[in-house]
Ligand binder design. Structure first.
Ligand code: CP
Length: 315
């Protein structure tokens, strides 16, 4: 099946086959990079603009690395030192970037739906690097890619997502990807951050950490998203940690071969203890590394590449 999407806006709109195409393309790029080929010519001559209106370390650097590995020129836009500070709108900013001959925009923005808005306005591809509490599709793709590397097929696998689900775009993208891939997803946390209506997404909601962690093969921790909460959703961070923080005792409730994941940035000692974040079951830095191959795949496909042409595009 040929790849036909110009934009990557959400995982919700992707089919299982399209998720598989992105994963397969990322695996091909990862294999090429592991042969010590730092650069391939797939996007030579293209200019990609990273338009980030919210802070980022991993996503922005991984998109930059991915674009450079594909031989594209990449420019990172810093909203704090741009004419956004003089009141320029997102629409005007994006249309000016297109007028400057950019070939693609990678957008991170606090407003849910902003990538869709730009995709309807511009002629060039738009890739969502996180929009409000809505979606973070490349994070969901790299997370599921990492899970598959460790577990094989995710069909029937028990995956626990623990923490601030309500405000998490990472959780939403993972929920869409994991349910399409057949995983059994359980969301855990206080009822204020994990409301029962999430069951409409085809997942289980639990507020009992011990029973939720029993036999889980993956536990994904989420940071408390203070920047999106307009009021307090629990009495204090200390109380959150005392009930829902992952520590050595609670990690023992997991399946013995379970992996521990976190999209970052980590609040050490809040949602996870350092000995687990840095321990042998943690795949947190593997997630970060896989972010390059996944973003290479997304940039390559949205620029018009085809999954089966990766090898010829890299010669
Ligand atoms: N996981 C993630 O999106 O991290 P950054 O905010 O640092 O990009």
């Amino acid at each position: 099946m040929p790849w036909h999407r110009k934009h990557l806006l959400t995982i919700e709109e992707l089919s299982l086959a399209e998720i598989g195409q992105i994963h397969a393309t990322a695996a091909a790029f990862k294999a090429i990079l592991q042969r010590n080929e730092k650069k391939v010519p797939a996007l030579r001559g293209k200019t990609i603009v990273n338009l980030f209106h919210e802070p980022s370390t991993r996503t922005r650097l991984a998109f930059e690395m991915a674009a450079k590995r594909l031989s594209a020129d990449v420019i990172s836009f810093d909203a704090a030192s741009s004419s956004t500070q003089k009141g320029e709108t997102l629409r005007d900013t994006a249309q000016n970037i297109q007028a400057l001959n950019a070939d693609m925009i990678v957008l991170r923005h606090g407003a849910s739906g902003s990538p869709l808005y730009l995709s309807r306005l511009l002629d060039i591809p738009v890739v969502n690097a996180g929009d409000g509490a809505h979606e973070h599709p490349t994070q969901g793709l790299l997370d599921t890619f990492t899970m598959v590397e460790h577990l094989g097929s995710l069909r029937g696998r028990k995956v626990v997502i623990l923490g601030d689900v309500l405000f998490s775009r990472v959780a939403r993208s993972n929920i869409h990807a994991l349910t399409k891939m057949g995983a059994a997803v359980t969301l855990v946390g206080p009822s204020t951050l994990v409301p029962a209506w999430f069951e409409d997404f085809g997942v289980t909601v639990s507020h009992d950490l011990k029973s939720a962690l029993a036999d889980a093969e993956v536990v994904m921790l989420l940071r408390i998203q203070h920047e999106r909460q307009v009021s307090s959703h629990f009495p204090s961070l200390g109380e959150y940690t005392s009930v829902f923080g992952l520590n050595r005792t609670r990690a023992a409730w997991l399946n013995p071969r379970a992996i521990i994941m976190h999209p970052g940035p980590i609040n050490r000692g809040v949602e996870i203890d350092s000995e687990l974040a840095d321990g042998p079951r943690s795949v947190i830095l593997e997630q970060v590394s896989n972010g390059i191959a996944i973003r290479m795949a997304v940039l390559y496909l949205c620029a018009g590449g085809q999954p089966e042409s990766v090898v010829s595009a890299t010669e």
